[in-house]
Design a binder for this molecule. Structure first.
Ligand SMILES: [Ca+2]
Ligand SMILES: [Ca+2]
Ligand SMILES: [Ca+2]
Length: 193
């Protein structure tokens, strides 16, 4: 491939771990376009440097567990060449879109990813009866979300981990805390994965 005057198109799918509106950001040298679910989220198809000054951004709502088709196009005209892609939402700070949320291939799923379903009436560990009810007080609320967030940063190692792993991805992290918080405010209706 020549160092100048080329273009590239990547196709695959992207999956969010929570249901949220995301902002995507690009810095590229030269042009870049990002389509997600056939929506042109970023259209920055012109010559420029890869810097904050020429940063482009766009937003799109993503539903947790759904793999949306993503197409990233890039061209280089002359001189330097670079491209970067970040995302963020109101809960999660800006980060490079992690490899773990990108999949090759172009066949998106049309619904939430199938995962094993635990029995929500089970009473694991310390006896919590509702997944996400970390303090076992009978309601899932913001306190439970905070307890999981504290566990995630190592502040609260004694919580009922059977209730805290709400999305069944094998780790208890800030996503589990966010899911409980979203359940608490009615943005999602089930914590059973
Ligand atoms: Ca260039
Ligand atoms: Ca609770
Ligand atoms: Ca988890």
């Amino acid at each position: 491939m020549p160092p100048d005057s080329f273009s590239i198109r990547w196709t695959g799918t992207i999956e969010s771990r929570i249901t949220e509106t995301y902002t995507f950001y690009t810095q590229s040298d030269d042009g870049m376009r990002v389509r997600i679910n056939n929506v042109l989220v970023i259209d920055d198809w012109n010559d420029h440097a890869a810097s904050e000054e020429y940063e482009a951004r766009g937003t799109i709502a993503l539903e947790m567990g759904v793999r949306y088709p993503i197409v990233v196009e890039f061209y280089e005209n002359g001189g330097d060449a670079a491209l970067h892609l970040w995302w963020s939402n109101r809960y999660l700070p800006r980060e490079i879109v992690p490899q773990s949320q990108l999949y090759s291939g172009s066949t998106p799923t049309t619904g939430p990813t199938a995962v094993t379903t635990p029995d929500p009436t089970a009473t694991p560990g310390g006896g919590c009866f509702l997944l996400g009810d970390i303090n076992d007080d009978g309601t899932v609320d913001i306190v439970d979300a905070l307890l999981v967030a504290q566990y995630y940063v190592g502040l609260n190692p004694d919580i009922d981990t059977a209730c805290a792993e709400v999305n069944c991805d094998g780790t208890i992290d800030i996503i589990d805390a966010l899911l409980i918080a979203q359940y608490y405010v009615g943005l999602i209706t089930s914590l059973v994965c």
